[in-house]
Design a binder for this molecule. Sequence first.
Ligand code: GLU
Length: 303
Amino acid sequence: MNYQPILNSIYKAIKTTKDKGKVANYIPELSQVSTDNFGICLLNNTQETFKVGDALKPFSIQSISKVLALAKVFSLVDNDLWKRVDVEPSGNPFNHLSLLEHENGIPRNPLINSGALVIADILVSNLENPKEDFLQFIRTITNDNSIDYNLNVANSERLTGYRNYAAAYLLKSFGNLENDVEKVLDFYFHQCAIAMTCEQLTKAFFLFSNQGKCIQEKQILSKSQTKRINAIMLTCGFYDEAGEFAFEVGLPGKSGVGGGIVALLPNHFVISVWSPGLNSKGNSKLGMQALEKFTTETKISIF
Ligand code: GLU
């Protein structure tokens, strides 16, 4: 299928929208980005690419990195991981803490911040050089060595990451963090500060639409692990708006406060959108609209 005409028509429609949402400003470095940026890239399973707008401009992937960190942990420790983090949607914002207190330090899922901190802790325990090795993992699955951390963003987040510090200390108090809080947070802030383009993101997520095999056809996850990560994206990938995203778009995916969203149809394609303005739930406002338009007009979704 030629996806170019539909991407062009979405681009045209979205570009004229006046209310583009608001950039995240709780991480000061992210507030510097213009809401005029807008890009889409689609990579199908025969590895053809379709793109429009700012699809080749790097941006901060933020929480989208949580799926890649989860994939790396799953490949390292397999199902042991579920002793430390659950797989239920939270129905709460990404940085909410009260459920953690009620549920004895077992985060609801690996895609909210507390769950992602447990995943980061497992990576810090299992990788020899955690930051270098994780970056190398992403470079390998995308076959792209230009991908890197944006150190200004990592630093900006460290300076204002009070809620993440609170979550990490709470996890530590429940015995669900093996390493030092500072060490885990340093890894986590870097992980969120990886800069990637829409095109690079479609390559990184290709394995989730390709039964666990990356673009080089190397088996990174088993089919069962891939199914599970896709299920978690569908139910937990959009903060407390996961139901809305499934309802409007109907694809598993993950958003980040940098304004990126990646979604996929297993065995068919990965699509990523970047529009930095967020809605009140922290998801890219126009990114959600673009994907809703895409699945409505093509009549393609997992349902
Ligand atoms: N680094 C961000 C934080 O921990 C990630 C938030 C997000 O993209 O949802 O606050």
